[in-house]
Design a protein. Structure first.
Lengths: 499, 490
């Protein structure tokens, strides 16, 4: 029941926030903040809950469209809870980053923000595949509005591209979901979209591969991975800061979650035969996008490409499909959620102050904004995988696990860490160190971080240090889920390995 | 055959609509009053809707050899009458300032509705043609209605003549196909057309295939399926908006019901070549509709091309009905038609509400900044457009889900691929309109968005919007009704 509350609070809060604008233009942001904090508090109650059958700490199951065997089935286990917490936490951060930036149509903005979050929560908890698809698409529309209304100079193009990429690949997933449901009908005599029922469906051979590809393409478009990544740099560079935070921090993670929860467990055999291809794509993503990132002058595009690069480690970990690798993938998701969100906020903060994202106009800002420079250095170092911070744990574990599955690709991917150091430090050097790049540069608005900004950057720093120093508290939550997933697919995978 | 009074009860919706037209005509003869005529028509259509809804659970009769009044036809009678009523409400403010006689418009609207009711209840070629011609004749009039007006916003005469000529040609083809079927079977009932497909006495299978394809082409003309779609954008653009709405919703839905009944009853799909022709037409319609819509800047033309694509989607479910056991594809067609009528009526409705017979706002640029000028209208319009694009939380998504489901069960991979591509392309032009509404408003294109003047039109929009969302989120009641009624088709 609590899951239903989590989602509906956001939906209702969004509507109230929109309407409240008529009373006072400052109410929407307050209401949004209160709503998300309320959600966050409710989620903490999930942490203490005893897992029931199959490790689900909470679930709701109600009839919805019986004609198709569709039910309103939400459930959360350790993995979901971690991602729910990430969503709500970054939701608060996103509201914080929009606090002063969004002045026009604030009510509608927070409405869209909360509805996106609600859609994401739905994606992380839905266990009926129709419902999952429903939420998958629901989170698109408000995100489209966020980019299209409050975005920057080329927002129409970026929003459209984002929408079409995700929607079209989503339709491929819909076909796959329908095929699965249809096979369930053929094999068990009843239509069902229930996750547990569909796990039992036997598919084989080429058909299984095609169905799996439907899921794979939808998820790796969202993740994103080469070759479906080209929407991301546009969407990120055009979105307002809060939009980038949500996109990089949360929306990308729905793709990774989908791979772990659906793509591999539903089609273990096809996934394992496909693993070398997926891992190759991951390695290409890691190296190619790191290289491309280095070539960017637009700071937001740069961070966007590094996101694709880091998400490569997630794909790598998922398709290695062993405990360390999966733990690594999950840790990378969480840590990257924080570090990328923080970097986008810094970039957004800079843009807000000096009205450009072009790094050639920047340089030598350290003297002027020391606090911002230190914060930027911290998150850059986190992103490049400095031991002691969350990203290191994630990428290290992912590589460790992947090493057991495919040595060559792991070795190649490991170079990504070196590239990451290069571009991360390069950004710091370019923006904060050296000479003032442009003599006529108007720096009158370049002010250092405010106290409020320091609070949420501080919160994210604590999060990353916590993940880096004591990852056990996160690993503990996801470990039983991942072990269970691995066990359930073990026999099928063994068969593939034998062949 | 003696017809008793009891036999006429199933025809009640038809008789009420006819009565409404007669009363309205008499009233016009006595005293010209625009409000009164419109009021009578709207009230009559409301009563017809209610009577059809009341009859629906219990009625299943063949009334004369010409008409079948079963739950399926009554379901569409409800849909037709309700939509006609909504369009009458939209027409009222639209025509209010027309510098010509305005009252007769409602007679045409009523007569067209009679034709549509006959069509959805038809399982005999004679009633099909009667209904179709009644509908079309009235539509020529509705399309050309502002023709004497000095300040007419559009080019109604051009639209009407174009529609008349092409429609007559299509009727000719349809009649020729029917004649061939008659030559083969000696009957005009859909059910006995079965002989054409299975037993082929005398003239051979090739003859039957030609007959079936000619009938299909005749119908495809009226449904504006590619490559018989040329007239659609011009007629849509040239007509006054309420007439366009009528043509796009009831005109299409009634014709598709006839096609569905004919295909299911005659078993036409046993011929591979018939399936091939329908599949090709579906592919051509989806691709042509969506791609050509990309090039348009006029709202009515975009919606015209999008309707071509939507008819193509429906054909996928129609083809699937041959391969799938059970009624799922008939349900898919039915649900999609309901969804299509709701979202088209809504989308055209928004345009009607802001337009009038003197000035129509049908360029995308006219809607620039609507989100900030009238959030309510913009929200309705966005909802309708997203529904046409098949995005969740709207009825269009459930409709598309049905089509996908039927297609997957029938394993129509090529058609599904076309559907995915077509929908992907479609997103672009729907979002283009949405994006235009999101831009900041400049004052150049202001139209009056005040709700006060057209309260009833806004109420209809509210109803359509509510249906759009409720059926998109919780479709179960309608899904189960459709599940029941679809068994009558098979």
């Amino acid at each position: 029941m609590i899951l239903l509350w989590l989602i509906s609070i956001l939906f209702i809060g969004g509507i109230i926030a929109w309407l409240s604008e008529r009373i006072n233009p400052n109410y929407p942001r307050l209401i949004a903040l209160v709503t998300v904090l309320l959600d966050l508090l409710l989620m903490f109650s999930l942490l203490g809950a005893e897992p029931g059958d199959g490790g689900w700490v909470a679930s709701v199951d109600a009839g919805w469209i019986p004609r198709f065997g569709i039910s309103f089935y939400l459930a959360a286990d350790g993995l979901s809870v971690l991602l729910l917490l990430l969503t709500a936490f970054l939701g608060v951060i996103a509201i914080g980053s929009a606090w002063d930036e969004i002045k026009e149509q604030a009510g509608f903005f927070y409405f869209n923000l909360l509805w996106t979050l609600a859609g994401v929560l739905g994606v992380f908890t839905a266990l009926d595949l129709f419902l999952f698809f429903f939420f998958w698409e629901v989170m698109l529309i408000p995100m489209y509005f966020i980019i299209a209304i409050w975005g920057h100079e080329n927002k129409n193009y970026a929003a459209m591209k984002f929408f079409i990429f995700t929607q079209v690949t989503g339709m491929l997933m819909l076909i796959s979901i329908l095929l699965l449901a249809y096979f369930h009908y053929v094999q068990y005599g009843a239509l069902s979209f229930n996750y547990h029922d569909l796990l039992a469906v036997q598919t084989a051979g080429r058909l299984e591969m095609w169905i799996m590809l439907g899921f794979f393409i939808a998820f790796t478009t969202k993740l994103p991975s080469v070759p479906f990544h080209s929407w991301l740099p546009d969407a990120h560079s055009q979105a307002p800061t809060a939009g980038s935070v949500i996109l990089a921090g949360i929306l990308l993670k729905t793709g990774a979650y989908g791979l772990i929860r659906f793509a591999v467990p539903l089609f273990p055999e096809a996934s394992m035969s496909f693993a070398p291809v997926a891992m190759t794509l991951a390695a290409i993503s890691i190296l190619y996008c790191a290289k491309v990132a280095f070539a960017q002058a637009d700071i937001k595009r740069l961070i966007a490409y590094t996101s694709v690069s880091h998400m490569g480690f997630v794909t790598l970990g998922v398709y290695a499909w062993n405990e360390q690798a999966l733990q690594g993938a999950v840790m990378t998701m969480l840590a990257h959620g924080l570090s990328a969100a923080a970097l986008f906020m810094l970039a957004g903060g800079l843009q807000h102050r000096i009205h450009t994202r072009n790094m050639t106009d920047m340089g030598g800002f350290w003297a002027k904004v020391p606090r911002m420079a230190v914060v930027a250095l911290f998150f850059s170092v986190a992103a490049l995988g400095m031991p002691g911070l969350g990203n290191f744990i994630g990428e290290f574990l992912a590589l460790l696990g992947a090493f057991q599955a495919n040595i060559t690709l792991t070795v190649i991917s490991a170079f990504g860490l070196i590239f990451a150091s290069v571009y991360s430090l390069w950004v710091i050097q370019k923006v904060f160190q050296g000479e003032y790049a442009n003599a006529e540069f108007d720096d009158s608005h370049l002010s250092d971080l405010t106290r409020r900004e320091m609070v949420y950057f501080g919160a994210m720093m604590i999060g990353l240090i916590w993940m880096g120093m004591y990852p056990q508290s996160f690993l503990e939550l996801s470990q039983p889920v991942l072990v269970e997933l691995i066990n359930s697919t073990e026999s099928a995978i063994a068969a593939v390995v034998q062949n | 055959m003696n017809i008793t009074l009891a036999d006429l009860i199933p025809l009640l919706p038809l008789l009420i609509t006819t009565g409404t037209v007669v009363i309205a005509m008499t009233v016009i003869g006595v005293k010209r009053s625009y409000t009164l005529t419109a009021g009578i028509t709207i009230a009559g259509l409301l009563i017809a809707t209610l009577s059809a809804a009341y009859l629906m659970p219990s009625t299943n009769e063949q009334v004369t050899p010409l008409m079948i009044v079963d739950q399926y036809s009554l379901f569409f009678t409800v849909l037709t009458c309700a939509t006609a009523m909504f369009i009458a409400v939209f027409s009222f403010p639209y025509l209010a300032n027309l510098d010509d006689h305005k009252e007769e418009y409602y007679l045409l609207l009523g007569i067209a509705t009679i034709g549509a009711i006959v069509m959805v209840s038809s399982n005999h070629f004679v009633s099909t043609i009667l209904g179709l011609e009644t509908l079309s004749m009235s539509l020529y009039g509705m399309v050309a209605y502002p023709v004497h007006s000095e300040k007419s916003a559009k080019f109604p005469l051009e639209a009407s003549v174009k529609y008349l000529v092409l429609s007559a040609a299509a009727s000719g083809i349809l009649l020729f196909g029917i004649a061939l079927i008659y030559a083969q079977t000696g009957t005009l009932e859909f059910a006995s057309v079965l002989n054409v497909a299975t037993a082929t006495p005398g003239l051979g299978a090739g003859f039957s295939i030609a007959a079936l394809i000619l009938v299909f082409i005749g119908i495809a003309f009226k449904l504006s399926l590619a490559p018989f779609h040329m007239w659609t954008p011009d007629v849509y653009e040239g007509s006054p908006l309420p007439a366009t709405t009528y043509l796009a919703t009831i005109g299409k839905a009634a014709m598709f019901v006839v096609l569905l009944r004919f295909i299911e009853a005659s078993d036409a799909l046993v011929f591979d070549s018939v399936i091939l022709v329908i599949s090709l037409v579906a592919t051509a319609s989806i691709l042509a509709g969506n791609l050509l819509a990309l090039l348009q800047d006029n709202l009515k033309r975009i919606l015209a091309y999008s309707s071509i694509a939507h008819m193509g989607y429906l054909l996928i479910a129609l083809v699937a009905s041959y391969f799938v056991e059970g009624s799922i594809s008939v349900e898919a067609v039915t649900f999609y038609l309901v969804a299509y009528v709701i979202m088209s009526a809504g989308a055209f409705g928004v345009a009607s509400v802001v337009s009038s017979s003197e000035q129509e706002f049908d360029s995308i640029d006219d809607y620039k900044g609507l989100f900030w000028r009238s959030p309510w209208l913009a929200a309705v319009f966005t909802g309708m457009l997203l529904s046409l694009a098949g995005i969740p939380l709207t009825v269009g998504f459930i409709g598309k889900f049905y089509i996908f489901f039927a297609g997957v069960e029938a394993a129509l991979w090529v058609l599904l691929a076309v559907l995915v591509i077509g929908s992907g392309v479609g997103l672009y032009y729907y979002l283009r309109i949405v994006y235009s509404m999101l831009k900041s408003a400049d004052d150049a294109h202001n139209f009056n968005v005040a709700v006060g003047k057209n309260l009833s039109s806004h109420a209809v929009l509210a109803i359509l919007f509510l249906l759009l969302v409720v059926l998109g989120v919780y479709p179960t009641p309608v899904v189960s009704i459709i599940e029941t009624i679809s068994t009558y088709i098979l």
